[in-house]
Ligand binder design. Structure first.
Ligand code: ACO
Length: 402
């Protein structure tokens, strides 16, 4: 591929591939997807097995360092992360400046970006020790930032991390506990959220990861690159879809629950009407993550005794779509986001936090991909070409003569 690229460059040809449908931007040994067969593996391990048997921190280690950790390695890794969960008090004060109704995604991105101003001692992308400490700081501080963004939006005081707790338990406590009030983390909620983070942890060259790599290709630091990735993730065609799915289900319910007429509007391509949570650039088969999430959604909603009207609507939508030629012929299946929002809602998260949860899960993937790129001798600054369609050269006309 690299040789063909060189040849095209020398001969002056460019490939025109909007949306990079057929263009590989890098080689990578992290994540394997076979979209036709519905297969996803991290470092060779099937996603289903990791979701069932591995913790999120174990998977983070696997993605970043290439191998599953031994018990001692995992303890050391978790211990290092635990040491860095606090935010600098000056950074904590940033949250006072955002409007109360700010969406937590730009708040998250701003705070991640701001980390580069607090840790100027570790911004060199080619210094292994500096990259290592930045990795640990990011993994440790992003859950704290995410919970502060939430607390700010509901006007509650921030909760400092409790480092006696596990990674996900600590995040849940910082998000839902209130000072001077007792709060017990529900172990089932923590386990399911940990599993959802595993499912989101990497997905090769998706839009946000490609953004992280592109920004990093200019040798921008890890915080700057990940901050850009958070913004890319926020879009409704990418991570923002989990919030959009719930809004879609809510609006179908508000319109009387007529799933058939909604599907008709989707097929008629009414502007702005899509079956959110359906379709994927790479999967042309059932997204293996969606199958796991669907099962978890039923279990969590049953356990939390939540009315599952929206889950029923989602299942009806899926059933109708999977039997309809519009969706079948286009190979549109539920993606990871179709059922996640229902679980997050049952756990008590408002829809605005859904994409933040995706970001928490995707963080180790962004870091692993950025680190892989920085260590790749074939890496060059990302700089696509274009096909120019503007006017040919023309004479300048002074403003008074136009
Ligand atoms: N609802 C209705 N029609 C759809 C949908 C959908 N969700 N997705 C694709 N289509 C149709 C398109 O209109 C197009 O039809 P056409 O051939 O008649 O023009 C055909 O299927 C192919 O779709 P493209 O848009 O070309 O597919 P692309 O690979 O560019 O887009 C994407 C993939 C963005 C995920 C798209 O399927 C979509 O918008 N889905 C809804 C948003 C969503 O769930 N995003 C989350 C993706 S997963 C993730 O990021 C975690």
């Amino acid at each position: 591929g690299i040789e063909v690229g060189k040849l095209l460059k020398e001969t002056g040809y460019v490939t025109y591939d909007p949306g990079f449908v057929n263009t590989a931007s890098c080689t990578s040994a992290i994540t394997y997807i076979d979209g036709d067969a519905g297969i996803l593996r991290y470092r060779g391990y099937p996603i289903g097995e990791l979701a069932e048997k591995a913790s999120f921190l174990e998977v983070s280690y696997l993605l970043i360092y290439g191998e599953l950790p031994t018990a001692a390695q995992l303890a050391e890794f978790s211990g290092k992360i635990r040491m860095h969960t606090l935010l600098h008090e000056d950074l904590r004060r940033f949250f006072d400046g955002f409007p109360r109704d700010a969406h937590p995604m730009p708040v998250l991105s701003s705070a991640v970006s701001a980390l580069s101003t607090f840790y100027q001692d570790a911004l060199d992308p080619f210094d292994a020790d500096q990259v290592e400490i930045s990795t640990v700081r990011l993994l440790a501080k992003v859950p704290t930032i995410a919970s502060y963004a939430y607390k700010k939006s509901i006007g509650q005081p921030f909760m400092y991390p409790d480092n006696a707790l596990g990674y996900v338990e600590n995040f849940l406590r910082m998000t839902f506990a209130v000072p001077a009030t007792s709060y017990e983390v529900d172990p089932v909620v923590a386990k399911v959220l940990d599993m959802l983070f595993v499912l989101h942890a990497d997905h090769e060259q998706n839009c946000s990861t490609s953004t992280v790599r592109l920004v990093g290709s200019a040798q921008a630091n890890l915080f700057a690159s990940v901050s850009a990735g958070v913004h890319a993730l926020s879009g409704p065609l990418h991570g923002g879809a989990n919030q959009a799915v719930l809004e879609m289900l809510d609006s179908i319910k508000a319109d009387g629950g007529d799933v058939q007429s909604f599907v008709r509007r989707v097929k008629d391509k009414e502007p702005g009407v899509k079956l959110m949570g359906f379709g994927h650039r790479v999967y042309k088969n059932y997204d293996p993550r969606a199958a796991i999430v669907k099962q978890a959604a039923r279990e969590v909603l049953d356990r939390m005794h939540q009315p599952d009207e929206l889950l029923d609507l989602a299942m009806q939508l899926e059933e109708i779509a999977l039997a309809d030629d519009y969706f079948v012929s286009r190979k549109l299946y539920p993606n990871v986001d179709f059922y996640t929002g229902l679980i997050y809602k049952a756990m008590g998260f408002p829809p605005k936090m859904f994409t933040v949860l995706f970001a928490l899960g995707r963080l180790p993937g962004w870091i692993a991909q950025w680190r892989e790129m920085m260590g790749d001798p074939a890496n060059k600054i990302g700089r696509p070409r274009q096909v120019y369609t503007g006017s040919a050269e023309r004479a300048f006309v002074p403003v008074e003569q136009r």
